[in-house]
Design a protein around this ligand. Structure first.
Ligand code: KIV
Ligand code: NA
Length: 269
């Protein structure tokens, strides 16, 4: 089998064919996606998608490590990146290194992702210089939902646009190997992509980014009826799950399930 993609392989994609990235939280999903994507992100969006919270703020490092281990263990092609959750890295470069090192050592993932721009540059440089590849994340950064006042797209006025651009440059200059740009006006994402030397991975950003990412449950129709504008539905597995559950319920109630094929019986004759 071909060797697993590494953070330097991902970095080398700048200006090449678009990087295909998806989230994965579990072993079965990682197995299904691994052959089709370049990056599997164990996103802290799992706090909302899997655990039903209305923000990502309460996700714990141990939870990210458990899901990260499942995804890294069930994949062999994609570069696996694990989100550092809120309050696990913002305090200091040292805190960030201590927790990022646990993620790499305990999951088998190759890199971590953290949110923030200029204010995180020192931390990104500290990690990158000490063997921890970092993916950045600017624009709409969900861990800052309280400071931003909601999940609204960024870069709508000149000051916000300049801030997103300055953040992208700071993350790239600090030594990140790739950069997620989320929920940003198209022009701003396009300009940020031109302005930095690392691949940009867009989500609600621009088709000109060096790659795209979506939350897998969103594109599969598994995350409920309300999804952000930037989501495109590629399947309606939510309906498939409901139909299967309804058929199972009918068959249990009518005693059609279990049938002879599902039962252990003594062989006759
Ligand atoms: O947590 C997540 O899923 C993410 C992606 C949407 C970029 O950070
Ligand atoms: Na995230």
């Amino acid at each position: 089998p071909a060797k697993r993609l590494t953070p330097p392989d991902i970095a080398a994609h700048k200006g090449q064919t678009p990087l295909v990235c998806l989230t994965a939280y579990s072993a079965p999903m990682a197995r299904l996606l691994d052959g089709h994507v370049d990056v599997l992100l164990v996103g802290d969006s799992l706090g909302m998608v899997v655990y039903g919270a209305d923000s990502t703020l309460a996700v714990r490092l141990d939870t990210m490590i458990d899901h990260g281990r499942a995804v890294a263990g069930a994949s062999r092609h994609a570069c696996v990146v694990v989100d550092l959750p809120f309050a696990s890295y913002q305090e200091s470069p040292q805190q960030a290194f201590r927790n990022a090192a646990r993620v790499l050592a305990e999951t088998g993932a190759a890199a971590v992702k953290l949110e923030g721009g200029s204010e995180m540059a020192e931390t990104i440089a500290f990690l990158a210089a000490r063997g921890v590849p970092v993916m950045g994340h600017v624009g709409l950064t969900p861990q800052a939902v309280n400071a931003l006042g909601g999940f609204r797209a960024r870069g709508r006025d000149a000051a916000e646009a300049d801030k997103v651009l300055a953040d992208a440059r700071a993350v790239s200059d600090a030594g990140a190997f790739a950069l997620v740009i989320e929920g940003t006006l198209e022009d701003v994402a396009r300009e940020a992509t031109r302005a930095v030397t690392i691949p940009t991975i867009g989500i609600g950003a621009a088709a000109d980014c060096d790659g795209q990412i979506l939350v897998t449950e969103d594109l599969l129709g598994l995350s409920g009826p309300r999804v952000p504008r930037f989501v495109k539905r590629y399947a309606d597995l939510g309906s498939a799950v409901e139909e299967a559950a309804a058929r199972y319920a009918t068959e249990v109630r009518s005693r059609a399930f279990p049938g002879p094929d599902q039962l252990y019986r003594k062989r006759s004759g």
